[in-house]
Write a protein that binds this ligand. Structure first.
Ligand code: GAR
Length: 197
């Protein structure tokens, strides 16, 4: 089994989708650790309920991005983590970090990359931008993480139609249900299988 760490910042519905897919869609990896960069994130509750060890790492306590990333790396190495999943992790990792885990970090992004992605496009903002532009189709993307925000190789994408009366909130919910929660576990299994080869 590939040892997986999931990095989170918020509600953790994508973490939940991964937990629910364990031993079903995800057969080659095991979610062994959850790291949050926010205290009190509901994702931590989800980890607890599933019996998964979790840690909180706070940048403000460590003083710099470098120290924050070093702490995360220390924890990942201690646990022998082989694959990192960013599931609503709202912090951009430096090149130093992404180089260390080349093709071993994946991220879920709530749009069809290369639309509505990169710095400043996260969470609801992505859906606000899609609605403002008036696109008729959006979706989600799972991709490898490199030094360019949302710029790494695409693994899976799924399209979602925009409805006439969509608000950023209704669109976010539908993109999660139809796309994110489906393609993130699938991509995880694909990457785990490959890492075992
Ligand atoms: C998800 O929609 C995820 O795709 C997005 O934040 C939400 C987190 O929800 N991530 C980004 O925008 C990253 N650029 P969750 O905590 O319920 O999984």
């Amino acid at each position: 089994m590939v040892k997986i760490a999931v990095l989170v910042s918020g509600g953790g519905t994508n973490l939940q989708a991964l937990i629910d897919a364990q031993n079903k869609v995800i057969k080659s990896g095991k979610i062994s650790l959850v790291i949050s960069n926010k205290e009190g994130a509901y994702a931590l509750e989800r980890a607890k309920k599933a019996g998964i060890e979790s840690k909180v790492v706070l940048k403000k306590e460590l003083g710099s991005q470098e120290a924050f990333e070093e702490k995360i790396i220390e924890i990942l190495e201690e646990k022998g983590i082989e694959l990192i999943i960013l599931a609503g992790f709202m912090s951009i990792l430096s090149e130093n970090f992404t180089k260390k885990y080349d093709k071993r970090i994946i991220n879920v992004h709530p749009s069809l990359i290369p639309s509505f992605c990169g710095e400043g496009f996260y969470g609801l903002r992505v859906h606000e931008a899609a609605l403002k532009k008036g696109v008729k189709v959006t979706g989600a993307t799972v991709h490898f993480v490199n030094e360019i925000p949302d710029g790494g190789e695409i693994i899976l994408q799924k399209a979602v139609n925009i409805k006439k009366n969509d608000t950023p909130e209704t669109l976010q919910k539908r993109v999660m249900e139809i796309a994110e929660w489906k393609i993130l576990p699938k991509a995880t299994e694909m990457v785990c299988k490959n890492l075992k080869k």
